[in-house]
Design a protein around this ligand. Structure first.
Ligand code: FDA
Length: 398
């Protein structure tokens, strides 16, 4: 039986997420006939749940220093040609109200739905077609790209891969983007979960599970990463922005150095308090800076003499306690993995993509944008900014 001839477009985009939709609208604005294909029932599912349902859509201070990649220079070109101010202008054009929550992070006042609506409205305005519930069965190239899908065959001169990373499979994440990259001769920088909570060994898990829900301001450091934000104790281990941020710098087996009193030299503080209030118990003193339950958990972890009066504790012991407080060497058991990770580190090797156009250097007409590429932002709107910027760079070149 002869197959019906494929429907012809100028540009096919796989993935109706942040990068795919933004690319589709901008390519269509430039006159391209664009079809976006996605297997999900809904476009922009990650956008909808992002930022606790309010989508932290960019960051006022986004710059290349906020990104991890095997080539840290790669993201510079796209980020400089489509900045946070460009995306803010689009949000303003659609009269979406927003606010800065903290550290330059911009969130919708109402709902992340506003951002998805905006992207779909832009696609609609310029005539980009978005087709959901469509499985990609095969990708072929015979002069043009042929997509064989559950809804029929589609053909185009250009194919944009915008199908994201592996985080949150329940939202539709698949390895298709990496598979297409490999099919056309690309190498993949090994992938792993990023912006993800840590799990702890059983004894620590039990101890700190008791203080689940308590959050403390800390600094967290590992390898080249250093963040000053909150750490949250959970039933499974530790989370909170400081932990999510440092997880992207962490490798299995590494310890994370946590400073529980980042504004204090704990040794000096303990000595001073010993002179000022010698009869006070260590436990009471520590309860002036931490919740009581946390003092008990930390006391158990480090074997602190909580019931002793400060006067009865030696300076040598204070040094050890201060070290525990100012540089706790916390060794995670692992991470919660892709189930809860916000992003996937690694991805399509950036040395094989043009930083100006996102076009493959291995295969003309093939483009990679968004999270599938080995560029990963910090927590705080940086990942969406990369999705917008890389999408725009490709759209300008299509
Ligand atoms: P994205 O994942 O958005 O889109 C990929 C699309 O491809 C999906 O629609 C998917 O269905 C489709 N697809 C996948 N496989 C397919 C297949 N085989 N066939 C067809 N279609 C396929 N970032 C940020 O900057 N601010 C924030 O507030 C948050 N918050 C946040 C919360 C949570 C819970 C998560 C998991 C992530 C975030 N992020 C974030 C990260 C951000 O969501 C992420 O970096 C971007 O969505 C990446 O955009 P992409 O378009 O590359 O992928």
């Amino acid at each position: 039986m002869t197959q019906p001839s494929p429907q012809q477009y100028d540009t096919l985009i796989i993935g109706a997420g942040a990068a795919g939709l933004h690319c589709a609208a901008n390519a269509a604005r430039r006159g391209k006939r664009v079809l976006v294909i996605d297997h999900a029932k809904q476009a922009g599912k990650k956008i909808l749940i992002s930022g606790g349902g309010r989508c932290n859509f960019t960051n006022l201070y986004a710059s290349p220093e906020n990104y991890l990649s095997s080539n840290p220079h790669f993201c510079k070109s796209a980020l400089s040609r489509y900045t946070q101010w460009d995306f803010i202008a689009l949000v303003d054009k659609h009269q979406i109200s927003y606010h800065e929550k903290t550290l330059g992070q911009l969130f919708c006042d109402d709902s992340a739905k506003d951002i998805v609506k905006m992207l779909l409205a832009e696609c609609d305005q310029y005539g980009a077609r978005v087709q959901l519930r469509t499985e990609v069965l095969a990708v072929e190239h015979n002069g043009q790209y042929l997509l064989k899908t559950s809804a029929g065959h589609y053909q185009a001169e250009q194919l944009v891969v915008a199908c994201g990373g592996l985080s949150m499979p329940k939202l539709g994440a698949t390895p298709l983007g990496y598979q297409i990259a490999e099919q056309f001769g690309h190498s993949i920088i090994p992938v792993r979960a990023g912006l993800v909570p840590f799990t702890l060994q059983d004894d620590q898990k039990q101890r700190f599970g008791e203080v689940s829900g308590i959050s403390v301001p800390v600094t967290a450091a590992a390898n080249d990463g250093y963040f000053r934000e909150a750490l949250l104790f959970t039933h499974r281990g530790v989370s909170g922005p400081a932990v999510l941020q440092i997880s992207s710098y962490w490798q299995p087996g590494d310890a994370v150095t946590v400073n529980l009193l980042p504004d204090m030299d704990a040794f000096e503080w303990l000595k001073n308090q010993q002179s000022e209030q010698p009869k006070v118990q260590l436990s009471t003193l520590l309860q002036s800076v931490f919740p009581k339950r946390l003092v008990n958990a930390l006391g158990g972890e480090f074997d602190w003499p909580l019931n002793q009066r400060l006067a009865d504790i030696s300076h040598a012991r204070f040094e050890t306690i201060a070290d525990n407080l100012n540089s706790w060497s916390l060794k995670p058991n692992g991470t919660e993995g892709y189930r809860t990770a916000e992003v996937t580190l690694g991805g399509v090797n950036v040395d094989e993509i043009s930083s100006k156009t996102m076009e493959s250097k291995c295969q003309p007409g093939l483009y990679f944008i968004g999270e599938v590429v080995d560029v990963t932002g910090w927590l705080g709107g940086y990942n969406f900014q990369w999705a917008w910027a890389s999408a725009y760079a490709a759209a300008e070149a299509l």
